[in-house]
Design a protein around this ligand. Structure first.
Ligand code: ARG
Length: 462
């Protein structure tokens, strides 16, 4: 394509390091769509004759069909998807194909293609995340009153409910989808027409191109258009944060499914056995959701590193933006699917959870609150009194609700029989009625709110 300036062929090693066709062929459809809209614009503005434009348009359709039917031969010597498509187009159409690249460079072409690819990928991921939220809500609603231990420092803290815990992830994923939507909104400007970096002297219509490719508007600065990859970085940031959320949940699934916790049981469909230990049911899918998160975070760090020292405008370093993005989004998509599958399939051991909820003096805060409410102690003093009562109970190896009233009164004489009401886990959870709290009635209402919102979004999808 640039033979005019050169007399020697490229070294084989140059070809090996330079070629991106092995991975950028993934956005062939976006590349061809971009070319079709570009040639239509060139014809509409009179820059290219209608007959040539029509032949090119037809030729592009043929190239598309050849790729989709697996009849296309990709060539490394032709470097990337842009040159592979254009070369084949020239074979089909003849020299007139050369008019397609008027007022365009691969620099604005690749930026446009990649934005379209990322946009499509984000739309797919948004649906997958919506599906995961639906799965979580479907398990949260019937477990709005299923008492389980809440932890801080992974030590028993206060009783919560399983539904409440699941809805915490629905909120997180809701914010992930918000970040996704933000990234999508900002990336949806069309770089095509920026050409190499300075724009073009041809009277192109960038509004027309932008509209034809589903962008909100053309980008405003030609240098910026071909220089930045912050749309990829934002996408990877969203992906890394989201993968991190799924990883935390995966870690909990791993813990909960141990015989020691036994809060849930993963179905056979999501468990693996051991070749030596016949008793084993391993949560491999959860472990891999956790483990694969490293790749997603790695892709973000890698591209941040690639970009941070590049002078404007285009440098070939930026070709390194693709493989990490592909891998990160494929990985995230798989992690979402695996998480959704496990959520829908797992069995909840409500009794084990409820028993565990009372362990570790998890209602001590309820006792302290009672001392404040009924005896009028300042909270700090109530905390101290409760601490002493817990120490007595621990010494006698008794849970709080089985400690004799006299033992409590030895610490604080004004405590009465009525205190026993607040020492059970069920009462404890039911009392957490503050907005956003763990009370089953609250959780039920939140599950309904999410169910409605997700149903409305599902309608907008179709
Ligand atoms: N394959 C290249 C990339 O992905 C396309 C842009 C090449 N531009 C250039 N001036 N060599 O970045």
């Amino acid at each position: 394509m640039w033979g005019g300036r050169f007399s020697e062929k490229p070294d084989a090693v140059l070809e090996a390091i330079n070629a991106s066709i092995d991975f950028d062929r993934r956005f062939y459809a976006q590349d061809i769509r971009g070319s079709k809209v570009h040639i239509a614009m060139l014809a509409a503005t009179g820059i290219v004759a209608r007959e040539d434009a029509a032949a090119i348009f037809k030729g592009l359709n043929q190239v598309l069909a050849e790729i989709e039917e697996g009849r296309f031969t990709f060539s490394r010597a032709l470097e990337d998807i842009h040159l592979n498509v254009e070369n084949r187009l020239t074979e089909i159409v003849g020299p007139a194909a050369g008019r397609l690249h008027t007022a365009r460079s691969r620099n604005d072409q690749v930026a446009t293609d990649f934005r379209m690819f990322v946009r499509d990928a984000l739309d797919g991921l948004d649906r997958s995340l919506h599906g995961l939220q639906q799965a979580l809500v479907s398990r949260a609603a019937p477990n709005a009153g299923t008492v389980m231990p809440g932890f801080t420092h992974l030590q028993s803290a206060q009783p919560v409910t399983f539904g409440h815990h699941l809805l915490a992830y629905v909120e997180m994923i809701g914010r992930d989808r918000g970040r996704l939507a933000d990234a999508r909104r900002r990336l949806n400007e069309c770089p095509l027409g920026a050409a190499a970096l300075a724009g073009t002297s041809f009277p192109i219509d960038r509004e027309m191109t932008a509209r034809g490719l589903g962008f909100d508007r053309p980008t405003a600065n030609s240098i910026d258009s071909v220089s930045d990859r912050d749309f990829v970085l934002e996408t990877l940031s969203f992906a890394a944060i989201c993968a991190g959320h799924l990883s935390r949940f995966a870690e909990e699934i791993v813990l909960w499914s141990t015989p020691q916790f036994n809060f849930i049981r993963l179905s056979d469909r999501f468990s693996t056995g051991s070749s030596i230990m016949p008793q084993k049911r391993n949560p491999d899918a959860a472990e891999l959701v956790r483990g694969k998160t490293g790749r997603v975070i790695g892709a973000l760090v890698a591209l941040l590193t690639v970009m941070k020292g590049l002078p404007l405008a285009y440098s070939k370093d930026m070709q390194e933006d693709k493989e990490g993005l592909f891998d990160a989004l494929d990985t995230l998509d798989l992690n979402i699917a695996a998480t959704t599958g496990m959520v829908l399939d797992m069995t909840v051991n409500a009794r084990t959870m409820a028993n565990a909820a009372g362990a570790g003096y998890a209602t001590a805060t309820d006792l302290a609150d009672w001392l404040v409410r009924v005896l009028g102690l300042p909270f700090r003093e109530a905390h101290h009194v409760t601490g002493r009562i817990v120490a007595v109970a621990a010494e006698k190896k008794l849970p709080l609700e089985r400690l004799a009233l006299a033992d409590m009164q030895a610490v604080e004489p004004r405590i009465t029989e009525a205190v026993s009401e607040v020492l059970g886990v069920r009462r404890s959870v039911a009392s957490r009625t503050s907005y956003g709290g763990a009370a089953p009635a609250n959780v039920k209402a939140q599950a309904v709110r999410w169910r409605k919102r997700l149903a409305k979004e599902a309608q907008a999808f179709d």
